[in-house]
Design a binder for this molecule. Structure first.
Ligand SMILES: [Fe+2]
Ligand SMILES: [Fe+2]
Length: 190
């Protein structure tokens, strides 16, 4: 027989605390994470998403060659999804009483991923794959850092992470279709 796990809470205390500090909105005294650090991490993720939107848009408009129609639509789809990620992250920052940083100044240094235009279609896809792989690793670290301290932010980042993994897979498939799977990416620009 399964052992019943008791749910213990002091609802009177929660009610009392909820009435205090209502200026803090969704951030209650039960919020366990380091809010400043979470907002900083989210602003870095926001910058990463904006850089990804810009890179995919550039690739959408500039994709050359006969293969490019289907690849272009993939670029556009990803650009739109990165925009949705940016909006979700910005929304969460405001819920945490932080300020989403949309300042173009310093955008690239806040972003985890680089903005590399790419010289030809294969190069573009490779750079997108590299950027997705950077997002995957850095978002996974954010998820681990958040742990049980901020389940709402963690869940959002987990959902975004899952989509970045799909994006990486999509780019890998495009490379495979073009017969370029297994070719190395160019070294990072210093
Ligand atoms: Fe994204
Ligand atoms: Fe992505």
């Amino acid at each position: 027989m399964a052992v019943k796990k008791p749910f213990q809470t002091d609802i009177e205390n929660i009610r009392k605390r909820a009435r205090e500090h209502i200026d803090k909105g969704a951030v209650t005294s039960g919020y366990k994470a380091d809010r400043e650090t979470v907002i900083k991490l989210l602003n870095e993720a926001l910058a990463t998403e904006i850089v990804c939107v810009l890179r995919y848009k550039y690739h959408y408009y500039m994709a050359p060659g006969i293969h490019s129609q289907s690849v272009k639509s993939e670029f556009l789809e990803h650009a739109n999804e990165e925009q949705v990620h940016a909006d979700r992250i910005a929304e969460r920052i405001t819920q945490l009483n932080g300020t989403p940083n949309f300042n173009p100044e310093g955008l690239l240094s806040r972003s985890h991923a680089d903005y590399v235009p790419g010289d030809d279609l294969v190069d573009m896809i490779k750079e997108d794959l590299v950027a997705e792989r950077i997002a995957v690793d850095s978002y996974r670290e954010i998820v681990t850092y958040l742990g049980e301290d901020d389940p709402t932010t963690r869940r959002m980042m987990e959902e975004i992470l899952a989509q970045e993994e799909e994006h990486a897979e999509d780019m890998a498939t495009l490379l495979e279709n073009l017969g370029k799977k297994g070719e190395p990416a160019k070294p990072a620009v210093a």
